[in-house]
Ligand binder design. Sequence first.
Ligand SMILES: [Zn+2]
Length: 204
Amino acid sequence: MSVIEKLAKPSHLINMNDIIREGHPTLRKICDDVTFPLSDEEIILGEKMMQFLKNSQDPVTAEKMGLRGGVGLAAPQLNVSKRIIAVLVPNMEDKDGNPPKEAYSLQEVMYNPKVVAHSVQDAALADGEGCLSVDRVVEGYVVRHSRVTVEYFDKNGEKHRIKLKGYNSIVVQHEIDHTNGIMFYDRINEKNPFAVKDGMLIVE
Ligand SMILES: [Zn+2]
């Protein structure tokens, strides 16, 4: 049975044991495009990747299943070398503690996602980045585009084009990088991890 068939079994919930870690060769491979119509396994995998992110963000379920919290997951991290990513970015409560109007600022399973345009301005998260495939802290600014236009297909094969900025933009670029064999620390300045290029936006 192939990896994707195992992951797509109805009874299976994606957990930390399914996630491969740095050093595994699949994380350095260029993923294949998916073709449409998708296979049942490819559709189910996308749904299960989203369910994993939800589980990982639910304190009770995450504790029970031993999950690290995540806002994004790419199929290659499950040893499936296909261009499939899931992103789930929760909205924070405001500074007065009021709950957000929408639970998520971004919730999408994307097939064949691609950055088709980007700002000249760079951006990096103030606290750096982490990755479910990296079991250590790597400090430094991960230099990315501040704003991106991304094209992707949904599970029905419909094409979408979205503009992203701020945290959402960073998360999607991190996941698309996985489909191109790029790890977040590849984008940290080795000699000076906290170097700030002219005009670079620091995203809090
Ligand atoms: Zn990652």
